[in-house]
Structures are given as structure tokens and as C-alpha cells.
Design a protein around this ligand. Structure first.
Ligand code: KMH
Ligand code: ZN
Length: 275
């Protein structure tokens, strides 16, 4: 089998309002429908943020459990819950996300300015979250918004060992106002600093989506796409369904002769627990 590209879809996020972005999946029904479409188009992992009845971000434990169950019943996608939540979420709620029993969770390796806000990930919180992933056998995806986060990831692995599953997988989140820029030279610098043997995907926020996608493919990386990260296909052309972004990524990956990775291969690569 030739090389393939792991595609993660991040369909919702915590930042866009449904009123501003009507295509955003915010109900469980919308999320499951989106997940099925994106799986059919080549996604293997879904990075999940959920919303409440008023479409506001929530980390409600029972909603999270129901979401994991529904996604498992309807798709073969690897379910990755966000522990980042919204910038206003307390640490305790973010730690409790793991109790919903996902296959994976995000784990951001440091604090970062986030537009006019601050996305807080102090070292003691990172360590506590990491130790919980190890205890509960959840595979973390290390979210790296800045080069300093790569250094913090090395420190975490040096002090606390390998993640559950034994494999280190990272996601470079580029182009956040306050984080590392979404361009090819920054991507290469970040990739060169990653722990040896790790795999990585990259995503570019907003207008950096395409440059980051092409840079990642040319540097041998995997891809994350979705309306969490960008809500336009081009200037003045809104995304009307997440599947458009997955299809575009799958086309680019296929053109690069690294077509989408089937989810069974992704499970083997990431070392997720069979649940
Ligand atoms: N919503 C951001 C504050 C994650 O999912 O872990 C954080 C975020 C990262 O989206
Ligand atoms: Zn997220």
C-alpha cells in the first residue's frame, strides 16, 4: 500500500455563531449527518466541539457522552473530543471531557493569545490532562499553536513518557492571531522541531487554509480541515457544508499521490483503543 493522508475534520469549533454561519453543525443530528458525509468523502478522524440548545458551546458531560455514542453508532470515524472547549471554559470542565470515553482528545501544549482572548493551557493543567489521558487510555493529539508549544511537548514527553498507544501525533494549528503564522517556512521550522517518530497534521485558520494545506502535503504531513478553522472556500464564497472542505482536501491529497487514509489504517497508526 502506498502512502496515504490522514484527514481530520473539525466541523464546528467554539468560535463561530450559528446566527452568523448557518451551515455550522450545532445539533447532534446536524453533527451526525456532517460526520457521515465527511467520512464518505475521506475523513478518518472527527474533532468535536458541541453546542447546547441555544447553539452555544458547552462541555456538558451527558451531551458529550451522547455525542460519542451517536458518532460511534453512525460512523466508523475516530472520535476526538476537544479539551480546549471555548476560551471561557474552566479547567475542571475541560478535564472531565475524558469521562465521555472518546478514542482521542486534543491536548494543547501551551497558552496562546487567541485574537483578543487568551487560550489558557498552563503547564500544571497540561500535565494533569496528559496523565488522565494515560490513565483512561485516550490517545491525545498534541495541538501546537506556536513553536514554544513544540518545546513544551518535548518537556511533557521527557517527564511523563509516551502517550497511550505509544505513538505521538501532533496537529499544527497555524494562522491564529497570536500564534505562529500559517506559511510554508514556519511549517517546516515546526516540523523539524517535532519529536522524532511523531506524525503530524496541519491546519491553517481562515485565509491560511490553502497555503498550509499545500505546505503540509508537500512536507509529507496529514491534514485537518473544517468549519472550526475556516468558513469560506474563497473570498466571498462561504462554505455551505463541511464536506466541501473534506472533498477539497481529499482531492489535493489524491493529486499529491497520497490519497485519504482509511479509518482502520488511522486507528492502527494512532494506536487508539478498540472500544
Ligand atoms: N476553541 C479554542 C479556544 C481544541 O479544540 O483543543 C481551542 C480549541 C483547541 O479549539
Ligand atoms: Zn477545537
Amino acid at each position: 500500500m502506498g502512502a496515504t493522508t490522514l484527514i481530520t475534520v473539525a466541523p464546528t469549533g467554539a468560535e463561530s455563531a450559528k446566527a452568523d454561519v448557518p451551515a455550522l453543525p450545532v445539533t447532534l443530528e446536524e453533527l451526525v449527518q456532517t460526520a457521515k458525509e465527511c467520512e464518505a468523502a475521506g475523513a478518518a478522524v472527527i474533532h468535536v466541539h458541541i453546542r447546547d440548545d441555544d447553539a452555544r458551546p458547552t462541555l456538558d458531560p451527558s451531551r458529550l457522552r451522547d455525542t460519542v455514542t451517536a458518532l460511534r453508532e453512525s460512523t466508523g470515524l475516530i472520535v476526538q473530543l476537544s479539551t480546549g472547549g471555548a476560551v471561557t471554559d474552566p479547567y475542571e470542565d475541560r478535564l472531565r471531557v475524558l469521562d465521555a470515553g472518546p478514542d482521542m482528545c486534543s491536548l494543547t501544549c501551551g497558552t496562546v493569545n487567541f485574537g483578543s482572548d487568551v487560550f489558557m493551557n498552563p503547564w500544571p493543567f497540561m500535565v494533569e490532562l496528559y496523565q488522565r489521558t494515560q490513565e483512561l487510555e485516550v490517545v491525545p493529539e498534541f495541538e501546537l499553536f506556536d513553536l514554544g508549544h513544540v518545546a513544551a511537548l518535548h518537556r511533557l514527553l521527557d517527564k511523563h513518557g509516551l502517550p497511550y498507544g505509544g505513538h505521538v501525533h501532533c496537529d499544527l494549528v497555524m494562522g491564529v492571531p497570536g500564534g505562529m503564522p500559517g506559511d510554508a517556512r514556519t511549517l517546516v521550522a515546526a516540523v523539524e522541531a517535532l519529536p522524532s517518530g511523531s506524525t503530524w497534521s496541519a491546519t491553517g485558520i481562515g485565509r491560511t487554509s490553502l497555503p498550509v494545506m499545500f505546505a503540509a502535503l508537500s512536507a509529507g504531513g496529514h491534514l485537518r480541515v473544517g468549519m472550526e478553522d475556516t468558513v469560506t472556500l474563497a473570498k466571498g464564497k462561504p462554505v455551505t457544508a463541511n464536506v466541501q472542505l473534506v472533498e477539497r482536501a481529499a482531492q489535493a491529497a489524491t493529486l499529491a499521490q497520497r490519497p485519504p487514509m482509511p479509518s482502520a489504517d488511522a486507528r492502527a497508526l494512532l494506536g487508539t483503543k478498540s472500544r
